[in-house]
Each structure stands twice: as C-alpha cells, then as structure tokens.
Ligand binder design. Structure first.
Ligand code: TYM
Length: 382
C-alpha cells in the first residue's frame, strides 16, 4: 500500500516530494539552473527561491534554446469543475511572471471535456459554462491580452480533435493503465482524454508550420499527462514539451493539496471576507493546548497551515517570514494572531482579484479564441 497517491485526478496521503521526483522521473531545479534563470531574467521569483517551483523536465534545454534565439511559448490549463481556489492561482501568478520575463505567448486550455468525463455530477453544458467563469480568474491574474489565448476543448474541437486523433493512435491502453491507473471499467472518454491535453503543446507549431519549443508550468499532479505527450510527440516530428512544476498549496486542515471538493478547507476566488474569516479561523495550526503552554513551549510552524500560506503566497519578504517563524518558535506569538494576519492578507488579495475578475467580463473576447476565428491570422495580428 502506497503512503500517498498523486495522479491528475486524485491526491491523497502525505505527499513526499522527494519520493515523487523519483517515482515520476522528474528533475529538481538545481542551483545551476537557478543561476541560468537569474542570468536571463535579471532576478529570480520567490517561488523559485523557495523551491515552490521545484522540479522540471528539460528546462535546461528550453532555456538554452531561448538564449540562442529559439523562443518558446507557454502552455497551461484548467479543468473547469467549479470555482477557482487560491491553489490554482498560485501557479498562474508564476506563469504571468514567466510571460512578462521572457516576453512570450501563453496558450491556455479549458478542459471542459475532461471534467465531464471525470465528474459524475456535472453535465457537459455545466463544465463548458464554467470554462468562461474560470477564464475570468485567469484574466484577473493579469496576463497580456496581446499574448494570451484561452480556449475550450469543446469549442475548439474542430482544430484540436484532428491532432488528438494522431496522438491517440500512438497511445495504447496499457500505457494509460500504467500511467494513470485507469481500468477496464473507466469510461473510454477518460482513457482517450490525455491526447486532448497533449495537443496545445504543439498548437503554435501547427499554426506557424514550424517546430516551436513549449514550456508548461503546472503543479506536479499534471506530470503524468506530459510524460505521455513527451513519449508520443517526437514520434510525430515535434519537440518534447518541457515543464516547470510546483508543489501543492495545501488545504487548511493538513491535506496535502487544496482542492475544489473540500469546500470548507479551500479559499475560493469568490469567497467573501466573512467566509475567509470563518475558514482561516478553523485552520489547523498545530498550536499547543493553551496560550500558557504555547508561550512556554513555542509553536510548530513547520506543520502549521497558516505558516505554509505565509511561506507559499502571502509573505514573500524573507526577513518578515523569518521573524514570524522565530516568534512562533519562541512562543512570542499565538496562533490567533497569525490567523488574523493571514485573514487580512487573503481578504486584501481577494478584494483586488475580485475587482479585476469583474472587469474581465467585458474583455473576455480579447483572450478567448474559438473556431470562428482564423487562428493563423489571429496569431499574426495580435
Ligand atoms: P486543474 O484545474 O486541476 O488545476 C489547474 C492548475 O492548478 C494546479 N493546481 C494546484 N497548484 C497548486 N496547489 C494546488 N492545491 C493546486 N491544485 C491544482 C494544477 O496542477 C494545474 O496546473 N487537466 C488540468 C487542466 C489542464 C492543464 C493543462 C493544467 C489542461 N492542460 C496544462 C496544466 C497544464 C486540470 O484539471 O487542472
């Protein structure tokens, strides 16, 4: 029995990222690679310094190509099954940094088909509708409308399906079974689906009729899809897509991954200040039984959800973070204090996000692409 499971559809147990790197066969981002990124970009994002984006496939190769003038494009996506939580937003903040730093396009896939295949309770109309709602959150992160293309699998099917078919023909059921753990009783949409997630990695190459490197930022749960894509795409004459991968923002109650299905343990982009207050108020901190004990023995920041949120998203200044940690360890700070600070920071973050999310409704068409648009012309025009 494995002590943890990570697939694109299930994350359970206490994820050991060191073991996962070995299991998946991905590579850690080492100091040399960090140095290369710093040389090119002039600085390193805190998510890299803190090893939140910690692993990769062929990042060294894609940076080398970039330095030689062979520019890559970014590709990432969302499975629209409900509201967006701040765990989704975290890798998108980093993706925006990559777009700004490297001055590159982003192709963003909304997998309404995937969520229909995998969620018993959702109709195709619902997942498709959620694509638009979720796109507002993507736009709110601040991607450049001139360089960002958002699309739904269902809507862009005419373009995507013909290439998914060529990819699917090179994938056997036994590869799917070994990679994802799907079985004979899985519906055949699930078994086929990974070929749809592979297509955007070559979409720009297809449109421009030349091979263009692709870099995919994502959390580590999506890696199995791209393991398959990297196996198949060279057989069709394309580059293997490269990736840069992050750990999960945890849930508020000690779960390894914040997830849409644990509603009370996730902070959604549309949550009110009151909801944030309630959820963070109930977060797991690992604090001692009483204030007296906490003052005597100190807290346990390394297991505390609140501290993890500071570390991963809400205190990016190293000195400030260190002083919070030390004060907690020394017993100078009680959990209630940290929770209040986190509530304040999240509420501020969400207020700003929600404003931009509402504004995004009127500019969605600057980002959204569909079959009605000639992709080739669009890319040249943007
Ligand atoms: P989805 O909708 O599950 O997740 C969207 C993105 O958010 C990441 N993610 C997280 N990151 C940090 N902490 C968390 N708690 C957390 N939960 C989710 C996911 O890894 C993902 O990057 N099949 C995909 C949609 C997709 C896609 C892609 C994702 C299509 N093409 C290319 C990444 C790259 C999905 O259902 O993602």
């Amino acid at each position: 029995m494995k002590d943890f499971i990570v697939t694109p559809w299930e994350v359970s147990g206490d994820v050991d990222y060191t073991k996962l790197v070995e299991q998946f066969g991905i590579k850690l981002i080492d100091p040399n690679l960090m140095k290369t990124i710093e040389q090119i970009s002039g600085s390193n994002h805190p998510f890299l310094q803190r090893r939140i984006f910690f692993a990769h496939r062929d990042l060294d190769w894609i940076l080398n190509e970039y330095q030689q003038g062979n520019k890559f494009f970014l590709y990432t996506g969302r499975g629209p099954s409900g509201d967006i939580h701040i765990g989704h937003i975290m890798p998108w903040i980093f993706t925006k940094w990559l777009q700004d730093t490297f001055n590159v396009e982003l192709w963003f896939q909304m997998t309404d088909d995937e969520k229909f295949y995998f969620k018993e309770n959702l109709s195709l109309e619902e997942t498709h509708q959620l694509s638009y709602e979720n796109a507002l959150d993507v736009i709110a992160v601040g991607f450049d409308p001139k360089k960002t293309f958002i699309f739904s699998n269902i809507e862009l099917a005419n373009t995507l399906y013909r290439h998914a078919a060529r990819i699917a023909k090179k994938i056997t059921f036994s590869m799917i079974r070994a990679t994802f753990g799907l079985t004979e009783s899985s519906n055949i949409g699930q078994i086929f689906y990974t070929s749809m997630q592979a297509v955007p990695a070559i979409l720009k190459s297809l449109i421009e009729e030349r091979n263009i490197p692709c870099l995919i930022p994502h959390a580590v749960d999506q890696d199995p899809h791209f393991r398959i894509a990297r196996d198949v795409l060279p057989k069709l004459g394309y580059y293997k897509p490269a990736s840069i991968q992050c750990i999960f923002l945890p849930g508020l109650k000690q779960q390894s991954k914040m997830s849409t299905t644990n509603g009370t343990d996730a902070i959604f982009s549309t949550d009110s200040a009151e909801e944030v207050r309630k959820k963070v108020g109930n977060a797991f901190t690992g604090g001692r039984g009483s204030a007296k004990e906490q003052k005597e023995l100190g807290g346990t920041p390394d297991v505390c959800s609140v501290f993890k949120y500071f570390f991963m998203m809400f205190i990016l200044d190293n000195e400030e973070l260190l002083s919070v940690r030390n004060e907690c360890l020394n017993g100078e700070r009680l959990c209630g204090e940290c929770k209040s600070i986190l509530i304040e920071k999240i509420v501020k973050f969400l207020r700003h996000h929600q404003e931009k999310r509402e504004k995004a409704r009127s500019i969605l068409d600057k980002y959204w692409i569909s079959e009605k648009i000639d992709l080739k012309q669009l890319v040249n025009k943007k």
